[in-house]
Design a protein around this ligand. Structure first.
Ligand SMILES: *Cc1c(COP(=O)(O)O)cnc(C)c1O
Length: 378
């Protein structure tokens, strides 16, 4: 079956008891047991919830994994993946990454004995050079946030496999509709489902999928033992959203492509970062591992004053953190999402005071371009 059909049907068979076409929301903390030692496979809702099971089954299938495990947020999903490691282990990470992942690595996991080396993942040789005998994990995001750089997933996965390190990919920006890292050699893929998977800016959620049974068992153990589980409503909403993921992503990407091409003609825009543009230095690589380029665009306006001015004037693009919802958003990474990244590192990556990031929604693209036009020309 093709992706859209699986997104609508996997884990979503009509309910056996009532015929309900949507998966029921099991808002319960515990389950009645028939007698001591005899139950229906459900004992306690941190450990098992039928709504959560069905969403995990659906997402595992969409990513091409053997299993998935859901968490209370994308950050909790990152944390669960880090807990596969032990004190003394080393991780090679992308230097251009979601700011909160960097903060978690440096201010939480480092205290528990993990060490991290941040490299420019645009060149796979940098990953090889950073490996140590203690390296147990290689962790990347692609496209990255907010600079839209691309990691060559096949090349880096091969290097990680050679080093017997677990290759982890944060697939939040691309979603499995456009990119399936497990099929390119990654071991684990994770998401902030708060973004495109949820897709409507109405929930906070995370999920981890893997193609290895042994890793699935360890992540499942951590999900229950550490307990950063989502509520069933979030799982239900994610299942609801999975059904439209393909149509939403197609529209996000076609709107973003048209906007990026239009932005290239605007003199007030000093630089545009969008992997769908042939002028993006890694466009060919992106095209070789993604079937579409997503809805995220970053633009350089040259100064903080211009960024403040443009974000104030925009009417449809709402100034807010987060991304991936049906409505367009704009954010200023330096003061919003990437505040926890040290200034020297930000400067090196190109995350300047004049950079703004657009999360292109699925409104009519003519209205979005008109909004950008009036804001940029002022
Ligand atoms: C938002 C985000 C996260 C963190 O997820 P939360 O759901 O906010 O905890 C991780 N990675 C990426 C790429 C993100 O955009």
């Amino acid at each position: 079956m093709h992706f859209p059909t699986r997104a609508i049907h996997i884990g979503q068979e009509p309910d056996e008891l009532t015929g309900s076409v949507t998966v029921p929301l099991y808002q319960t903390s515990t389950y009645a047991q028939e007698e001591i030692g005899k139950h229906k496979g459900y004992e306690y809702a941190r450990t098992q919830n039928p709504t959560r099971d069905r969403w995990e089954e659906c997402l595992a299938n969409l990513e091409g994994g053997v299993a998935a495990h859901a968490f209370g947020s994308g950050s909790a999903a990152v944390d669960a993946v880090m807990r596969l490691l032990s004190a003394g282990d080393h991780v090679v990470m992308a230097e251009d990454m979601y700011g909160g992942t960097f903060r978690q690595a440096e201010r939480v996991h480092r205290r528990f004995g993990l060490s991290f080396t941040y490299v420019d993942m645009r060149n796979p040789d940098n990953v090889r050079a950073a490996l140590t005998p203690q390296t147990r994990m290689v962790y990347t995001e692609t496209p990255t946030n907010p600079m839209m750089t691309i990691t060559d997933l096949r090349a880096v996965a091969a290097i990680a496999a050679e080093a017997k390190a677990i290759m982890v990919v944060d697939n939040t920006f691309a979603t499995p509709f456009f990119q399936r890292p497990l099929e390119l050699g990654a071991d684990i893929v994770l998401h902030s489902a708060t973004k495109y998977l949820g897709g409507h800016s109405d929930l906070v959620h995370g999920i981890v999928a893997t193609r290895h049974q042994h890793l699935a068992e360890q992540i499942g153990f951590l999900q229950n033992a550490v307990g950063a589980v989502p509520g069933p409503l979030e799982c239900w909403l994610c299942l609801r959203s999975a059904k439209t993921l393909h149509v939403r992503m197609e529209r996000h990407a076609s709107n973003a492509q048209q906007i990026a091409e239009w932005l290239e003609t605007q003199p007030s825009v000093k630089a545009i970062y969008y992997p769908g543009l042939p002028s993006h230095p890694q466009h060919a690589l992106a095209a070789s591992q993604m079937s579409g380029f997503g809805g995220m665009i970053s633009i350089e306006l040259g100064s903080l004053a211009k960024a403040v001015d443009v974000t104030k004037r925009l009417k449809l693009f709402c100034l807010a953190e987060s991304l991936g919802g049906v409505e367009s958003l704009v954010c200023h990474p330096v003061s919003m999402t990437h505040g926890s990244v040290p200034p020297e590192q930000r400067a090196r990556l190109g995350i300047t005071d004049g950079l703004i990031r657009l999360s292109v929604g699925i409104e009519d693209v003519r209205d979005l371009i008109a909004d950008l036009e009036q804001a940029l020309q002022a």
